[in-house]
Structure formats: structure tokens, C-alpha cells
Design a binder for this molecule. Structure first.
Ligand code: OXD
Ligand code: MN
Length: 584
């Protein structure tokens, strides 16, 4: 690489890591297209990549991960702070000393016979004051090529690091891929990550969950901003008015689909622009508004369920230059997953013929695609804007089969923070563990907040102290079901009907019904034109069931009490007020 890095602390750290892990050689990645091609060829030769059909999917490859390394492993993910309470009940904790000792023992000699890649990367547009850099050292080429798509990687990031002299250190090795030798450790006080034993997604692409959310949220607190698990979209009306919205949903609740929504026929003239699908870094602007940037440069989306019907924009970006992980393949080597609705698979995600594995999913439920954001038809140059986009609304949501209405609006910023803190959702395949159990997932950050949730809520609340035009806060639920288990709301492109109401509220164009839990739409303000949804069903989706909500509130309070004295006192006032209203 042309850049002179002699004597820089980065070089010292790389040398220390080299001494610890003992690789055969060290390669500094420059992030060029040529380098990407070289690495791809190497992976094809080693079998880490299988070429997909280059006629139908030029530049597309399939990677099969180790079969028990297919999702984030939250029980092996730790936040190591000096004080246990700083990590909070929301995180697994170890002292920094124990954390380093345990994980370094696994790193010792782990790269013998392997190449160690040094990957400088920048989270956020290169010229943004809000961007933050990191360096990931890894022995996985799969990680390197994914980082190339997901971040601004290589020489450009290294230049920025040398100028700024600050970067997050991330050490990664696939180790022996055994779950008993896997640890994903965060040292927020040192801006450091050490991850070993997994080559999958959020465990291994350290820029994403480890840096942009866990370390990011910690940094954000001390610097006065927010690092959130949120998509960012711009909704343009037929009159050309653009409104920006950030929305937090737990993993696999449709963030990518919502960020790329194509409006149905009855919404001609409306358009959604995708600024981000997973992470938002939000800063207060001088005008008192909140501005969001997407720190990522690509999408690491869930494949199953993605189709022409659910997400045509995603389908359009997946027919070239994409990496597929753990999907099935058709006879002519095209990628295949459940819900795709075309093609016949012959091999499942493990590479077994379907007759060898009858009744099992063809694609792993957490199988993924990695693709540059620039390939998305709804990509907007605003994704490169150094100052980000101004947010008018923040939406929280979860997967809730009953009780929670389709949409409601918080009565104030503090109430909205409480609504975000009380989010519950059924678990999905994005993390190992039981699927379909309700768990509290405040702000969709349960697996990602790098410090004590009580302090995090306090930090959110502080934004109200400054003179500002804060976004309005909403809660949505696309996942209500009938007793027979069918989804009531059609979801996907039809979600624009709810976004339209949200935008109208932000612009003061529509009234709402005040209820104990917040403002709910008048039924006539959610358009049913072109929808097969009865008035009664929509009414059901907008009704506040007082008895049910009292129970919900009890469960929320029980959860929040686990945060003890650090819990913001305004939360109990809000709860008492809602409870009194529900009983009135
Ligand atoms: C993701 C996740 O990969 O949330 O985005 O698990
Ligand atoms: Mn996510």
C-alpha cells in the first residue's frame, strides 16, 4: 500500500496481533476492485465460494458456512467494562482483564498457516464528520469481501485513520469454528472488539453490530448522539415533498423490505428512497432537528421471504455482484430460498441433495445476501450526504400477534422513549435459540446496546432538554394475527398506508384519537382503497383493549424494574399515568 504507516500505533497493534496469532503472512487490504477480484478467485479455488450461474447472476457467489455457525450467538457475546453495572442486565458481562485473558488464550497461535488480512474501514460517508473508522484484522477472506461491500474499505479509510489518529480495533479469527471456542467480546472503554470462533454475519463482520451498534452506542453516549438499529427512508409524496423516517425493528421483522418499499397501484406518484436498512447514526443538528446517516455501504439482508411480491427492489439488485450465504441452489446454479416463488432447488444450504434431507428448509432461515446499496433501484445520493437526512418521525415496532395496534403515536418525546423501551417481539432465526418466544427488545437494541439500558434510556431522554424540533415517535405492529394464525394486515408495500398517516401527523395534516396508550388514527384516515381488508378488521387493528393493555403494562413494568435505581424516574410517572387512564 502506498500510504506510509510507519511508526503509527496501528502498525504497532498489527505487530502485536501478529505475534499473538502467528499468521504465515500479513496482507494489508487496499479495497480496490482488482483486489476484490483476486480474493474472489482465491475463494473459488479454495471452495469458500461456489460460482452461481454467471449468465443469470454475473459476479454472484455462494458461501456455505459451517453448519453450526449460522446466526449471531448472543449467549457468547460479552460487554467487558470495569464496572459490571455499566454493561447492565441487558448484556453478558466480564471484567476487561478476564475478557482479554480468556479470548487471547483462544487467539494464541490461531492463525498459524493462515493469512492475516488488515482491513481498514470507514463507517459512514468518507467526508462526514459523523463517520467513524475502524480496522478489522481477520483470517477470513469471506469477511474481507463482505467488508468491501458493507463499508468504505481499504486505502481511503486508512488515509482517514492516519489523519484522525482514532479508530476502533477489531480482531477476528474463525478459530476452529467450534461453538465451545467462540467468544464475541467488546471492550467499549478501549474501543476494541475481539471475536473468535465464528465466521458468520454480525459475529464476524465487525463493522456492523459490534462497531456500529455496541461500540457505537457507547461512543454516542459520551459524544451526545445515538447509534440505533434503524432503517432510514425518505417518503416522497406525489407533490414532491420528502419526509425522512427512521424505524427500529428487531432482526427479521422486515426492515429491509420497509426500507425498499414499492407503493401499490393505488399510491401512484408516491416513492420511497432507501437511505439505510439496518443502522442509523443520529446527530442533533444546529437547527434542533435530528439528522441520520447510514454508517453502512451495503445490505446484509435476510434471503428467505424475499420475492417479487414482498421486495421487488431487492430482487432487482440481487441478479449481479452479490454474495449469497447459506441459500439453496437450482439445477442451473441459481440461488434459491423459501418464498422466492420461482425455480426448483436441487441442493439445500448445506449442499445436500433435497432427497437426502427431506422436510428440512432448503435455505437456512437466517440465510443472507450481501450487496452494495448502490445496486438498489431506490438508492438515493442522500446516502452519501455528510450531514445526513433530517428525521420527522421515529418508528418502533415488534412482532406481536395480538393486542398492539397497527399504529399509535406517543404523546411526547419522553412517552416515545418509554414506548421504545417497552418494545416486545417474538424471537426469530437471526440469533441462535428458541424462535417465536416473546421477549422485551427495547428500541430493537436488546442484542446491540453496548451499555446499561437504563443509562441508554436516560441518554435518549436528554435530547428533550435542548431546544429542538424532535421527531414524533410512533409504534407500529404489522404482525397481528387472527385466531387461526393468519396475518390480518397485508404488510409489505401496503405498509405505505400507515406511513402516509405518520407523515400527515408530522406535517399537522390529520387529527387523531387520544387513547391511554397514545394517539390512534381515526379509521377513515387509514386508506383501504384497493385493499381486501374489511372495515371491521381495520377497526380491530386500531382498537385499544384496556384489559389487555393493563396486563401488558404489568409485564413491561416487571421488565423495567430489573434495571433498579438507574431507571429514569420519568418512566414510573409515565406508567402511572397510562395505568390511571386505562382504569378510568
Ligand atoms: C442483522 C441482524 O443481521 O439484526 O441485521 O441480525
Ligand atoms: Mn439488524
Amino acid at each position: 500500500m502506498n500510504v506510509n504507516v510507519d511508526h503509527h500505533e496501528l502498525v504497532k497493534w498489527v505487530q502485536e496481533v501478529e505475534k499473538l496469532t502467528q499468521p504465515e503472512k500479513v496482507v494489508w487490504c487496499n479495497g480496490s476492485e482488482e483486489e476484490y477480484q483476486t480474493f474472489t478467485q482465491q475463494m473459488l479455488q479454495s471452495g469458500d465460494f461456489l460460482a452461481l450461474n454467471q449468465q443469470t447472476h454475473p459476479g454472484c457467489y455462494l458461501h456455505r458456512s459451517s453448519p453450526d455457525d449460522v446466526a449471531r450467538t448472543e449467549h457468547l457475546t460479552f460487554v467487558c467494562t470495569h464496572e459490571r453495572e455499566d454493561a447492565g442486565p441487558n448484556n453478558n458481562w466480564m471484567s476487561p482483564e478476564d475478557g482479554h485473558n480468556k479470548v487471547d488464550a483462544l487467539f494464541a497461535g490461531c492463525m498459524r498457516g493462515r493469512t492475516m488480512y488488515v482491513v481498514p474501514y470507514c463507517m459512514g460517508p468518507l467526508d462526514s464528520p459523523f463517520s467513524r473508522c475502524g480496522v478489522e484484522i481477520t483470517d477470513s477472506l469471506y469477511v474481507v469481501v463482505n467488508m468491501k461491500i458493507m463499508t468504505r474499505m481499504g486505502e481511503v479509510a486508512l488515509k482517514k485513520i492516519l489523519q484522525e489518529k482514532a479508530f476502533v480495533r477489531g480482531l477476528h479469527s474463525t478459530g476452529d469454528l467450534k461453538i465451545e471456542n467462540r467468544l464475541i467480546m467488546h471492550f467499549p472503554e478501549e474501543l476494541m472488539i475481539k471475536s473468535i470462533g465464528s465466521g458468520y454475519g454480525g459475529n464476524a463482520l465487525l463493522g456492523k453490530k459490534c462497531h456500529a451498534l455496541r461500540i457505537g452506542s457507547y461512543q454516542a453516549r459520551s459524544e451526545g448522539w445515538l447509534a440505533e438499529h434503524m432503517l432510514i427512508l425518505g417518503l416522497e409524496s406525489p407533490e414532491g415533498e420528502k419526509t425522512y423516517i427512521a424505524a427500529a425493528f428487531p432482526s427479521q421483522c422486515g426492515k429491509t423490505n420497509l426500507a425498499m418499499l414499492i407503493p401499490p397501484e393505488s399510491y401512484q406518484g408516491w416513492k420511497i428512497w432507501t437511505v439505510g436498512d439496518d443502522i442509523a447514526w443520529i446527530h442533533p443538528g444546529e437547527d434542533g432537528r435530528l439528522y441520520a446517516i447510514n454508517p453502512e455501504a451495503g445490505f446484509f439482508g435476510v434471503a428467505p421471504g424475499t420475492s417479487e411480491k414482498t421486495n421487488p427492489n431487492a430482487m432487482a439488485m440481487l441478479n449481479r455482484d452479490a454474495i449469497f450465504t447459506n441459500v439453496g441452489v437450482t439445477e442451473d446454479q441459481q440461488p434459491w430460498w423459501e418464498g422466492l416463488k420461482s425455480g426448483d432447488p436441487v441442493l439445500n444450504w448445506r449442499g445436500e441433495s433435497l432427497s437426502e434431507a427431506p422436510g428440512q428448509p432448503v435455505a437456512h432461515p437466517n440465510s443472507r445476501f450481501t450487496v452494495s446499496a448502490k445496486q438498489c433501484p431506490s438508492y438515493t445520493e442522500e446516502m452519501e450526504s455528510p450531514h445526513g437526512v433530517p428525521l420527522s418521525a421515529i418508528i418502533f415496532g415488534g412482532r406481536r400477534p395480538s393486542l398492539i395496534p397497527l399504529v399509535f403515536e406517543a404523546k411526547s418525546w419522553a412517552h416515545g422513549v418509554w414506548v421504545g423501551a417497552s418494545v416486545g417481539s417474538e424471537t426469530t432465526a437471526a440469533a441462535t435459540g428458541q424462535v417465536g418466544v416473546l421477549r422485551r427488545d427495547p428500541m430493537a437494541m436488546k442484542p446491540f446496546c453496548g451499555y446499561n439500558f437504563a443509562d441508554y434510556w436516560g441518554h435518549w431522554l436528554e435530547f428533550a432538554d435542548k431546544p429542538s424540533q424532535l421527531p414524533k415517535i410512533f409504534h407500529v405492529n404489522w404482525f397481528r394475527q387472527t385466531d387461526a394464525g393468519e396475518f390480518i394486515w397485508p404488510g409489505f408495500g401496503e405498509n405505505i398506508r400507515v406511513l402516509e398517516w405518520i407523515v400527515a401527523r408530522c406535517r399537522g395534516k390529520v387529527e387523531a384519537k387520544s387513547t391511554p396508550i397514545g394517539y390512534v388514527p381515526h379509521i377513515e384516515d387509514i386508506s383501504r382503497v384497493g385493499l381486501k381488508l374489511s372495515q371491521a378488521s381495520l377497526e380491530g387493528l386500531l382498537t385499544v383493549d384496556r384489559a389487555g393493555w393493563q396486563k401488558e403494562l404489568e409485564s413491561t413494568c416487571r421488565y423495567m424494574q430489573t434495571y433498579g435505581d438507574r431507571l429514569p424516574s420519568v418512566f414510573s410517572e409515565i406508567q402511572e399515568e397510562i395505568l390511571a387512564d386505562l382504569k378510568a
